[in-house]
Each structure stands twice: as C-alpha cells, then as structure tokens.
Design a protein around this ligand. Structure first.
Ligand code: HEM
Length: 170
C-alpha cells in the first residue's frame, strides 16, 4: 500500500524535489521520435534516459525480462475495467513491442524506439487520470510479480511520470 501510494504521488510530482535531490531525474534523450503533425507539441520526453543506474536494464532482465513484463502487464490491462476499453480492440502485440523498445531505451539498453511520441500516440483517446492510475497500478503489480526491486521500479515510474501530461485528457 505504502509503495503504491509513494509511486502514485511521484507520478503527479509530489516528490519531484526529493527525487531531484537523489539525482534520479532522467536525462533528455536527443533522439526523440519526430512528430508528424506540427500541431502536436509534446511537453515531456517519450524516451527520457535514466543515466544514473547503469544496471537498470539488467535488473529488469534485459529484452527477455521486459518482454515478459509487458506480456503480464497487457494481460492485466485487459482484465482491469479502467484500462480494458482502450486495449481490447487495439493491436496489443504492436503496443507491447513498442513498450519494450521504449522502456529499453529509457533504461539505457541497446535498443531503438520506433514508435510515436506519447502526445501523438494517445491523442484524442480521452484517457483520464483514473485510466492512467489503473495502467500504472497494473504495471506495478506485474513488476512486483517479477521481483523487480522497489528502487528500480521507482526509477522507471519517475521517468514515466512526466508523460502523464501528454497522455491524459483533462
Ligand atoms: C506512462 C504511461 C504510458 C506509456 C509509457 C505508454 C506507452 C505507449 C506506447 C509506447 C505506445 C505505442 C506508440 C505508437 O503507437 O507509436 C502506446 C500506445 C497506446 N497506448 Fe499508451 N502509454 C501509457 C499510458 C497509456 C494509458 C493510460 C492508456 C489507456 C488506459 C494507453 C493506451 C494506449 C493505446 C490504446 C495505444 C495504441 C494506440 C494506437 O494504436 O493508435 N496508454 N502507449
């Protein structure tokens, strides 16, 4: 419970200062995906690189570990009423593959992200805060099931947190 509360608080910036102090703030990746529509203006990086933990990718089990994590997370998103409507008719295999690429790049792993920016990919989807929380909660359950250490989980969550501005429709 404590872990979930802490991570979700981080998502909305409650502890940004604490994280900056700990030097956990992710770096901007110079190779952000291009935006095809100039009216879309991303406010957060899609692939912010975490440079202060060179073992994060290995901690998550490399590409194999990330693939298994995404398989589990997607199965949970399809069960959870807060996320199911978005994913049930989507190309789940494609989304999982792009999430593996994205997380791999964020963790400074040997990958290239071939998807769109978060702003472009989620535009017009009408994702609300509750949907976002639902997705992150299930991701946390999946990470716990794979025994990813809490500190490593938090590094990933902290890197994803600023993306909510580009994903949620207020
Ligand atoms: C930090 C949170 C999130 C991350 C990192 C993320 C990441 C991604 C990525 C990498 C893609 C593929 C991009 C592309 O198609 O080029 C994607 C697509 C998608 N995401 Fe998210 N996402 C997040 C939150 C959400 C939420 C909260 C929902 C809905 C509950 C959602 C629903 C979808 C759907 C339905 C697609 C497919 C879009 C399409 O095929 O046109 N995502 N997301």
């Amino acid at each position: 419970m404590f872990k979930t509360t802490l991570s979700l608080a981080l998502l909305f910036g409650a502890s940004t200062a604490a994280f900056a102090q700990e030097n956990l703030a992710p770096q901007y990746n110079v190779q952000e995906p291009a935006v095809s529509d100039p009216s879309i203006k991303p406010t957060a990086p899609t692939t912010p690189i975490i440079t202060d933990d060179e073992h994060l990718y290995e901690t998550f089990g490399g590409r194999e570990g990330l693939t298994a994590l995404m398989d589990d997370a997607m199965a949970r998103w399809l069960q959870n009423p807060k996320t199911r409507p978005f994913f049930e008719n989507a190309d789940q295999a494609r989304i999982k593959a792009l999430l593996v690429e994205q997380f791999c790049v964020i963790m400074h792993g040997p990958c290239t992200y071939s998807g769109r920016t978060m702003a472009e990919a989620h535009r017009g989807m009408n994702v609300k805060e509750g949907n976002f929380y639902g997705l992150v909660e299930e991701l946390q359950v999946a990470m716990n099931k794979r025994h990813i250490p809490f500190r490593a989980q938090n590094r990933l969550i902290a890197a994803l947190a600023p993306m909510h501005r580009d994903i949620i429709d207020k």
